[in-house]
Design a protein around this ligand. Sequence first.
Ligand SMILES: Nc1ncnc2c1ncn2[C@@H]1O[C@H](COP(=O)(O)OP(=O)(O)OP(=O)(O)O)[C@@H](O)[C@H]1O
Ligand SMILES: [Mg+2]
Length: 285
Amino acid sequence: MNTMTDDLKKTEPKTPPVTVGQETYEKHDQSKSDVRACITVDHYDFFYGKTQAIYDAHFVMPEKQVTAIIGPSGCGKSTLIRNINRMNELVDGVSHTGDIRIYSQSIYDPQLEVTELRKRIGMVFQKSNPFPKSIYENVIYSLRVSGQNRKSILDEVCEMSLKASALWDEVKDRLHQSAMSLSGGQMQRLCIARAIANRPEILLMDEPCSALDPIATAKIEELIYELKKDFTIVIVTHNMQQAARVSDMTAFFYMGNLVEFGETKKMFMSPEKKQTEEYITGRFG
Ligand SMILES: Nc1ncnc2c1ncn2[C@@H]1O[C@H](COP(=O)(O)OP(=O)(O)OP(=O)(O)O)[C@@H](O)[C@H]1O
Ligand SMILES: [Mg+2]
């Protein structure tokens, strides 16, 4: 299914590797020689009209790891994550300089169709947004859209995706009931199942637990831990404990600037910048 990805991997490296300006990341990289760059944000600036929302962001998110994006409200977390699958292009008057690459391919490569890019990148939002359809039809939605109607394939993908999102046991006897009958936490796991049904490489999650209670949150966190075996995950969160629990790498943004990026453990135990320390200890933001 991922033939385009395989092609991309074969042609790597097309562009020279980006020098990561963060010592912590280099240390991390050296300690895990098999770690491979998945998403490279390369001197990226982003503007809504004349208002700049991201200033020269530069960091590399490793493959099959979880990168948390943290920072106070309005610092550009959603803007960044929504640019990775070019969703912000739906907003009028936006522009950028610099680049974002998935492996070695620019997301702005004219050869790359946006629809193809979005197939490779699943997204889960703060507020779960199931379609007013059955649980089953929600999960296999992307396959239906791409013309897949073979029941055996759809059944298999539905079961696999619901198992992978830790929802199968709770819904297997009511797959054809409305998705609207699910609880908030179940709906969010359904949205994760839908996002992973066509096997993307990357899963973007913008505050996926902010509307959930602690039990549902714990389920999603466990799920993230399982999912990173198969996917590269980027999660925006306001919850510092959550960032510390689920992520391998953390990027701290403040007013559109990347203040610090590095291994989560190190950043939470001994951040390099005072601003990072003040934010993660709750002294501002
Ligand atoms: N569609 C838009 N048009 C114009 N400006 C926008 C748009 N979306 C966001 N912005 C601005 O860009 C900046 C970054 O916003 P963004 O939504 O990325 O912040 P955030 O870090 O996700 O905040 P929060 O934690 O509140 O979700 C803010 O100043 C915001 O006002
Ligand atoms: Mg946001």
